[in-house]
Design a protein around this ligand. Structure first.
Ligand code: BT5
Length: 271
């Protein structure tokens, strides 16, 4: 992507017109870290959002990195203050971020199979095109929901061999500036709708009709999986459902279903 194209995209005219609380940053270490910093200094309005095409210290989960060269991906963070949702259900926003990202990607790639990988990835043909990182700001109870989507990334720019981008998966090369603006717009529109439903249902997935939507979008279901558990243990089996609490239900070889609330999932078919 040329500098001129990056500058043009950095305007995000459509996304800004639809979301007055969206601020475009030319470059930043991490949009999540910056939004959390601002929230700690002074509580930010619900849905305050930061977007950039250049993140120099992008964060993944568990201290991992999110890497994208300038102009190759959009990095968006949205501050969510779900007043009506009890603290213990706020972590489910990760899944909602994944649903919104999946929708935004699917609109650009209507022919592709765009699936959620529980809990926080979006995959196209088994390759990662987007990732979600939800972080609690303990001082205020707000959640910073960060979403990275590989938009104009070329094959040479892929940070890991398991990644892909909208440009790579597109039949016709998209205009990078428009693509970034369109993706962020779709993402914000989808997320606003999902968060409103989630809040109205007090964070109960079933009441919001979100469990069905998650199960329909989740490519992990039906797969043989290996789950690395936070404590260091490991579990293998077939993923068969999403629980009412957002957990991944795995049928283990001994016949008992296990409910995984947190962990790193590998789809064994794609190894
Ligand atoms: C994630 O973590 O996938 C969460 C990514 C969240 C990024 C957004 S961008 C806006 C906001 N600000 C931030 O600083 N972060 C958020 P995790 O599941 O831990 O996956 C990280 C792993 O994905 C890495 O260890 C790599 O293997 C792989 N990876 C890194 N960059 C990638 C990319 N651009 N595309 C695909 N895979 C990538």
């Amino acid at each position: 992507m040329t500098t001129a194209a990056i500058e043009a995209a950095a305007g995000f005219p459509l996304a800004r017109a639809l979301t007055p609380g969206l601020e475009v940053l030319p470059s930043i270490g991490s949009t999540n870290a910056e939004l959390a910093r601002r929230e700690r200094l002074a509580p930010q309005p619900h849905f305050t959002s930061l977007v950039t095409l250049e993140q120099t210290a992008g964060r993944g989960r568990l201290g991992r990195e999110w890497v994208a060269p300038p102009g190759a991906a959009v990095a968006l963070s949205v501050l969510i203050r779900p007043r009506l949702v009890p603290q213990e259900r706020r972590g489910l926003l990760t899944l909602l971020g994944g649903l919104a990202a999946r929708e935004a990607v699917a609109l650009q790639l209507p022919e592709a199979s765009v699936r959620l990988k529980w809990p926080n990835d979006v995959l196209v043909g088994g390759r990662k095109i987007a990732g979600v990182l939800a972080q609690l700001v303990p001082e205020t109870g707000a959640i910073v929901l960060g979403i990275g989507i590989n938009t104009a990334m070329t094959p040479e720019q892929l940070p890991v061999s398991t990644a892909t981008s909208i440009a790579i998966e597109s039949a016709v090369a998209p205009d990078p500036a428009r693509l970034a603006d369109d993706v962020v717009t779709e993402l914000l529109v989808a997320l606003a709708g999902l968060v409103a439903r989630f809040e109205a249902a007090r964070g109960e997935l079933d009441r919001a009709g979100l469990r069905d939507q998650l199960e329909a979008a989740c490519g992990t279901l039906g797969e043989s999986v290996r789950v690395e558990l936070p404590g260091g243990g490991e579990l293998r089996g077939q993923a068969i459902g999403i629980g009412a609490d957002g957990s991944l239900i795995v049928a283990t070889p001994d016949g008992r279903p296990a409910e995984v609330v947190a962990g790193d999932v590998t789809h064994l078919r794609h190894l």
